[in-house]
Design a protein around this ligand. Structure first.
Ligand SMILES: [Zn+2]
Length: 221
């Protein structure tokens, strides 16, 4: 921090002259006075909580490995516990990183939770619940959430519209499940595809200009 005797002002600058009167500035030491305020990350702010959380996660994993080896050597449940812990931390990480960007969180959750459901279904002896139920329901929840925000709450932020569009397109993927008959129950996929078709039709007829403008802006086309 520097000081101008003429203007009686403190100036936060590296320049030697006062921006107002151009006279020489005098260095003044102000311990702790930063030009930019210190904003702790959520991890720094709650570092005790996170330390504790990581400790619990590590302990649960180690204890489950121990029980697995000592009591149930035939089983591989500790591997599932470990994956569960990783999934939990991943989901938490997304929420904490993008907590102020609701459409991006929704998009990432639709993507990550869908992939995790396939992973879980596969490693626990594939029974098809991920494609039949989990993915259609996750997509449906995601696009319903976006529909509520964009349509009902009337938030016409162009970024929201883009994510709404992308989630709506993702929500058509269950159509492939139906076409290739790879699901045991059609209803969740049908509802998901039907709803997301409405979403896309709505975007096309009601917000086409805004969506196109945003696409052009983003991809410079
Ligand atoms: Zn001055």
């Amino acid at each position: 921090m520097k000081h101008c005797d003429k203007c009686h002002l403190d100036v936060a600058t590296k320049e030697e002259f006062c921006p107002l009167c151009q006279s020489n500035l005098i260095d003044i030491e102000m311990p702790g006075a930063e030009v930019f305020p210190y904003v702790p990350t959520i991890y720094k702010k709650y570092h005790k909580f996170f330390k504790f959380l990581y400790f619990i996660c590590a302990s649960v994993t180690v204890i489950s490995v121990l029980i697995n080896i000592l009591l149930l050597p035939q089983s591989r449940f500790s591997f599932l516990v470990f994956l569960g812990v990783v999934c939990f931390l991943l989901i938490l990480k997304i929420a904490l990183t993008y907590y102020d960007n609701m459409p991006r969180i929704t998009f990432l959750y639709v993507l990550v939770l869908s992939l995790l459901s396939i992973l879980w279904d596969t490693i626990t002896g594939y029974r098809g619940w991920s494609l039949s139920f989990a993915i259609p329901i996750i997509c449906l929840v995601g696009s319903t959430e976006m529909a509520i925000v964009v349509t009902i709450m009337n938030i016409y932020i162009s970024e929201y519209l883009i994510y709404y569009l992308v989630i709506g397109i993702l929500g058509l993927i269950p159509l492939l499940f139906l076409l290739f008959s790879i699901v045991s129950t059609d209803i969740p996929s049908l509802i998901c595809v039907f709803f997301n078709t409405l979403v896309l039709l709505g975007l096309f007829f009601l917000q086409k200009e805004q969506v196109l403008t945003e696409i052009k802006r983003r991809f410079h086309v």
